[in-house]
Design a protein around this ligand. Sequence first.
Ligand SMILES: [Fe+2]
Ligand SMILES: [Fe+2]
Length: 197
Amino acid sequence: MEARLINKELIEHFRALAAERQAPERLRHTLGVARMAVALARRHGLDEAAAEVAALAHDMMKGMPPAEQIAAARAQGLLLWPEDEAMPQVLHGRLAAAWLRREYADLPAEIAAAVENHTLGRPGMGALEMLIYSADLTEEGRNFFGLDILRHKLYDDLVEGTRACMQATTESLRARGGCVHPLTLAAYEDLQRRLGL
Ligand SMILES: [Fe+2]
Ligand SMILES: [Fe+2]
């Protein structure tokens, strides 16, 4: 199937969907991710329209109650790791990606991949996957120690910036006593390998 050209109407369609389905706080976050994603895409010569659509879609299923997310993920065969059920907050990316692949099958495949992997990452992440993962953490509404450094790194080098974002996320998770998903550990090791670290 030939991939659909992403025009202004399609971007506005996803923006309207986000506005309709998301509470004000989440919508602010989504629009912040979209702005950051477009800025990073421009900086690194990537497809800005694809970045914007992926950002607008990335949290579309996050408002679903966790029990429903688990049930929907089970029904669609999206519970992939033993850890998934204990961490239902990781499922909304996969659910949104499955929705995109179903309802917008002619979108470029990297958009659904970026949505799918925005919470955990995965080994072998493509540019748009790294970009959405990182924009999610560094959008204008975020506020934490070290955020400026992460933004600088992302503007400088998408791979190193994403590695640094992943390190920040796992360190803060561990500091709060949480455990890090095996997919994130594998993604982090892969980025380190790519950087020769
Ligand atoms: Fe998310
Ligand atoms: Fe998000």
